[in-house]
Design a protein around this ligand. Sequence first.
Ligand code: DX5
Ligand code: ZN
Length: 236
Amino acid sequence: MRPVTDARTDALPDLISPSLLSADFARLADEVARVETAGADWLHVDVMDGHFVPNLTIGPPVVKHIHAVARRPLDVHLMISEPARYAAEFARAGAHVLTFHIEVARGPAAHAVVRAFRGEGVPLVGVALNPDAAIESVAHLLGEVDLVLVMSVFPGFGGQKFMPEVLAKVRWLRAHGFAGHVEMDGGLNDRTLPACAAAGTNVFVAGSAVFGAPDMSATIAGFRAAAARERAAARG
Ligand code: DX5
Ligand code: ZN
């Protein structure tokens, strides 16, 4: 078994990706500017279709307008039933990272989604899995994707409680040599983020903990410091 980190994963940056789901949607441009000034690396954009998840959020037109005002890359998390169908629209809207859920494209169908995203020229392609999906369900994709998003809550809503049992999936990915980005999403805050970093996560999504913080800059700086500290400790 490989250790949690090695020379290749050491080179991965720690990236803080605040979820705009917790922003004030009536003032999105101001919220984007505020979170970028506070130190966001990526902007996490939660797209929900009311079918794969029991909530509706935004679609390509809004992503396009966010992209027009954003200075940081858009990390687009598709919680939708037909990701390949909308690949072109999200690519054109400016997605830098485009992530689909394995639950909607199991087995060989997942390769077709990756191909569709690549065909549209998306820079980084990701696959996400729900808390109750086995990590082995994405094993056949690890040579094809740039990012694995491990959900630490059931998708649909911000502000839920972190599920620590999913940390084993991150350790599994690193132990099996996955050297791409590993992103954790759901319930991250200053108490839950350190264990994510120690397990090998390098992209940290946080919605309510960032947008609800009294001092957004200090919160993001604290996340970054904790991530660096835990990943250094994991190196030994
Ligand atoms: C949940 C979304 C998350 C969510 C995270 O369905 O995928 O990105 O916005 O919000 P917090 O950090 O509040 O759990
Ligand atoms: Zn998300």
